[in-house]
Design a binder for this molecule. Structure first.
Ligand code: AMP
Ligand code: FE
Ligand code: FE
Ligand code: ZN
Length: 285
């Protein structure tokens, strides 16, 4: 069994449609794939309609959240949620708020870039996103198409990284509230790439323990952005806190170089996800 529990389609900042993504999953020999677009369930219906025979699809999300330390600025954290009820009204409203927040923030980044001589055509960017949830990769794409930089990677290393003068934060969900929302909708909350120091500041072990107290059920341990030491540390924490251990590629199509299925989840850990998720059923034969 090969199980990849974290992928993005063009409904957020991946480059493949949900149907193309599932075809890639099958071609890579996966048995199970979760669709976890940023802040939206907008790809679930297309994934259900296009699911290849033999492939199990786990409906999911990657929710944009923040952890608030006592004496430091908030830390951006990502929360995976699986098998929740997409119609739970309070959770659905919070996702809509996050998507609005993303659009507003992207426009502010674009305006600041343009004012400094890095022009981005906002209307072209929005048209190109085609109704999908907008993120920095869309700005990167627009910078490439406009000839400002030559690749998405270059856009991130020069203009869009989190220490850039053009970086704008978002009012993301308090992660404890995000955990509560996923749980109240019958879902399974898993802390995504929790120690990926290459992405920016990370939270303390105490913060992860507090998340477990708030109802967190799993930690994403095997992730391309985690070093071996980071994985070992998270595996130990998961054992101490009795949390599910997952592994995933965080595939984004050609927006990143990571192949689908490059990290995977053990079947017995996936069984724990299935047992805890009651808000919606996995899609399978
Ligand atoms: P945002 O959600 O708008 O803050 O943008 C974050 C997203 O940018 C992540 O989910 C990744 O998809 C993408 N990303 C971050 N760093 C890079 C990079 N160096 N190259 C390509 N994509 C990146
Ligand atoms: Fe992304
Ligand atoms: Fe993420
Ligand atoms: Zn992701």
């Amino acid at each position: 069994m090969r199980i990849d529990l974290h992928t993005h389609s063009s409904v957020s900042d991946g480059t493949e449609s949900p149907a193309e993504l599932l075809a890639s999953a099958s071609a890579a020999g996966l048995d199970v794939v979760a669709l976890t677009d940023h802040d939206t369930t907008g790809g679930w219906a297309a994934a259900e309609a296009a699911r290849p025979r033999g492939l199990t699809v786990v409906p999911g999300i990657e929710l944009s959240c923040r952890w608030f330390p006592d004496d430091e600025p908030p830390v951006s954290v990502h929360l995976l949620g699986y098998l929740f009820d997409p119609l739970h009204p309070v959770f659905a409203a919070e996702r809509a708020r996050l998507r609005d927040e993303r659009l507003d923030r992207a426009e502010r980044i674009v305006r600041a870039l343009a004012a400094d001589g890095h022009p981005v055509d906002w209307d072209e960017l929005v048209t190109h996103a085609d109704g999908g949830v907008v993120g920095r990769p869309h700005i990167a794409g627009a910078l490439v198409r406009g000839g400002v930089v030559s690749s998405v990677e270059e856009a991130f290393t020069t203009l869009l990284h989190h220490r850039s003068p053009y970086y704008v934060t978002k009012a993301d969900t308090d992660v404890r509230e995000g955990i509560a929302l996923v749980r109240s909708a019958g879902g399974v909350p898993v802390f995504a790439h929790g120690l990926a120091t290459k992405r920016g500041r990370v939270v303390s072990d105490d913060a992860i323990a507090a998340m477990a107290d708030a109802g967190l059920l799993g930690l994403e341990v095997d992730h391309p952005d985690h070093s071996d030491a980071e994985r070992d540390h998270l595996r130990g924490l998961a054992a101490d806190l009795d949390l599910i251990v997952t592994g995933s590629s965080d595939y984004h199509g050609s927006n990143k170089t990571t192949p689908i299925g490059v990290c995977t989840t053990a079947p017995e850990e996936f069984e724990r996800v299935l047992a805890a998720g009651t808000g919606t059923a996995p899609l399978r034969d």
